[in-house]
Design a protein around this ligand. Sequence first.
Ligand code: C2E
Ligand code: MG
Ligand code: MG
Ligand code: MG
Length: 290
Amino acid sequence: AAKGGGRGRHHFYDDDLHSDAKERQQLEQDLRDAIAENALELYYQPQVRTTTERIAGFEALLRWKHPRHGYMSPARFIPVAEETGLVSQIGEWALRTACRDLARWPEEVRVAVNVSPLQFANPALPAIVTSAIASAGIDPARLELEITESVFLGDDKSTEAMFASLKGIGVRLALDDFGTGYSSLGYLKKAPFDKIKIDQSFVRGATIKGSRNGAIISSIVSLAEALGMETTAEGVETLDELDLVRMLGCSHVQGYIYERPLSLEVANARIEEGLDAVAQGPRSARAPRQ
Ligand code: C2E
Ligand code: MG
Ligand code: MG
Ligand code: MG
């Protein structure tokens, strides 16, 4: 706003900055209260294997019913949690809760939990993961940790050591939001990922094999296959997008085309019905994008 120039504008800019800071501070306090009052929840979104059309696992996604703002997206409060360090506490709670919920689900089902860069930088993470697995009594191979490329911004040696000790526990590792960050291929060489999650921005509106997005998805799939990794197409909403990502060989699909994130109660009921998944959604409404 300050770029607009004029002396008067600066006042607005300062006011904006001030109220931004105040809003953040308020959000931080609300988040502390939410933790204390156990007001955070995990929702679970199915991840479907394309070849079998069965639910292979669920991604655990935080939900917060804010006392004044209603349901608030983690995209909004996770950054605040990350800045204030609260994400460590929230992340540990999410890990323990997801493992405990998983313990009641069929053996073939997995759970994926998002791990923030701050958690990843904490040398205590392997001990926390081990403890969550042990208290829930689950097979470590049923837990998948979703990590974004930003963890590679940290110190090389400790990043490598962290990957090694997590692998040593026997959990699976997924590279989340691939293609949106630094996307250095060196990361793929260095880190023992089991799966690459192709970011929604490449999937949304991709319906034609020869389109730019189609070419990008196809290259990521080839690369992943050559490295022995699986691929999840994120954010698939239409039948045409589903057709394309299946044709291009993505091993898994996650998106509204199958299910939205479900409350624990609904997820449990969904599992009771069986693990077969049925795609339900529109054909792409608009002309396919490049
Ligand atoms: P993410 O890990 O990439 O999670 C996928 C996001 O895509 C979720 O947003 C999910 O609801 C949304 N999504 C799934 N399918 C579709 C679709 O077909 N269409 C559209 N438009 N969206 C779809 P959500 O739940 O709002 O979470 C946003 C982000 O917040 C996550 O992105 C993740 O980075 C972060 N987050 C969520 N839970 C946790 C957590 O427990 N710990 C940490 N550190 N971060 C979390
Ligand atoms: Mg994720
Ligand atoms: Mg993602
Ligand atoms: Mg994301």
